[in-house]
Ligand binder design. Sequence first.
Ligand SMILES: Cc1ncc(COP(=O)(O)O)c(C=O)c1O
Length: 303
Amino acid sequence: MFERQVYISGTMVPESQARISIFDSAVMLGDTATESTRTFGHHPFKLEEHIDRLYKSLKVMRIDPGMDATEMLRTTQNVLQANLQCYAPDQDCWIVHNISRGLSVPGSDPTLTSSGATVMIFTQYMCLRSWAQFYTDGCHAVTSMSRAVPTQSLDARIKNRSRLAYTLAESEVKLVDPLAQGVILDIHGNVSENKGGNIFVVSGGVLKTPTTANCLAGMSRSTALKLADGMGIPAVETILQPYDLATADELFFTSTPYCIMPATRFNGLPIGDGTVGPVTIRLLNAWSEMVGLDIVKQAQDQL
Ligand SMILES: Cc1ncc(COP(=O)(O)O)c(C=O)c1O
């Protein structure tokens, strides 16, 4: 059987032989820029934009990946091509970039390395099972105990692999409800984001989402805003508080794998009439139409 191929710093290796050092700054420091792109019908979605965001993260992190964005795009397309045979026609995949500073050197300067950056690009099966039921039932959105890392300490727009804060927050909401999806607040009590997604409400016909002052500038977030614009749905980027979520007519998350994940409960309270709302459904349908694939069906076929 053909094995998936992984790109590591200039070479393609079978996934089972892909190795990095225990001294890599990815392991020692969580010092890694990252991107996760998905395919629709085997075609990458917004790959150029993901690579653009990656290079912005790398710039602010002062990591030199050893190639420019054009070469990164070409290399990524090669990785995808090398792996597409591993995915059935009705399956899609992740395309993941992890780029660390390289082999760390013990001592006082964490940016000192004894190698160039470690550039890792791989694909993985797009498993949608854990979100599939939420398209029709809606999920339970729950605020976590832990707050978001202040963007003044680590700019929320840097997409990085230091995931401890997100992991703790998500594990806290799972204590409340094992299927809950986390809503992380910032230190001011404003809604920031989910561990892997952005947050939207619909109130009085207006789509609202936090500004990127306290959350990642999600690709799916911008897609949802663009689709809304095209459909004449008014949208604003604004401060949202738990009150705004509890009193919204509709609530949903956006993220690369599931695109739009409706929520029908917030901290135990029903959202609107407790069913998936009409604006959410319109946006999901428009997204499916745009990518030529029934997003809900693809996920629910995996159940
Ligand atoms: C913290 C965080 N917020 C939001 C998102 C959603 O971003 P995108 O729509 O680009 O997947 C992600 C994606 O992984 C994320 O990690």
